[in-house]
Ligand binder design. Sequence first.
Ligand code: ITT
Length: 199
Amino acid sequence: MNKLLIATNNKGKVIELQDLLKDMEIELVTPADINLNLEVEEDGADYKENATKKAISFAQASGLVSLADDSGLEVDVLDGAPGLYSARYHPKPGANDADRRAYMLENLRDKPRPWTAHFHATIAIAVTQGDVHIVEGNCYGEIVPEERGTGGFGYDPIFLLPELNKTMAELEMEEKNRLSHRAKAVMNAVPMLRRIFYS
Ligand code: ITT
């Protein structure tokens, strides 16, 4: 069967991407499955540059078609921060997801609500260095001042979907995988994956 490398070191993304791609007849491989330990420096000017760099680096290191995701949370009242820097949004080195959520709430405390925001995901699929496909997805909501729910990862416990009155962390993965930024990007990637693997 054809193999696709899920080119990320983020366990939350791996779990979601495995579920999102499970119905395609493609064997999904993680970096751990092939003992690939690769950290790519994310020094691009935008999501597309970072996703492309990650996908190409993993494809070159593995020899496999590689799918990378560069994503972030953009909060309107913070002028779009942390955005591209969502994974590094904390002054302290070694900070974790909970530290980053607390830091965001601290920075929002004096700002007027609602704290509208959206998640963005850019997915890059590298077949070879010169053959890279890009797709995107967004998910709109707002930041809430108290954590709710235990599912998902990252900023999910403070990201509310107003129409459901639930945070991303209160959703079953199946539900998050119907409406998240990543789900929308993967939906756009499916026709490309079909072309890459089946034509
Ligand atoms: P890889 O580069 O190895 O894929 P990463 O975590 O460094 O892992 P990014 O640079 O794309 O990935 O950072 C995205 C960050 O944005 C992620 O670490 C979370 O803090 C946040 N994020 C992205 N998608 C999210 C989601 O679905 N739920 C909650 N937070 C999310």
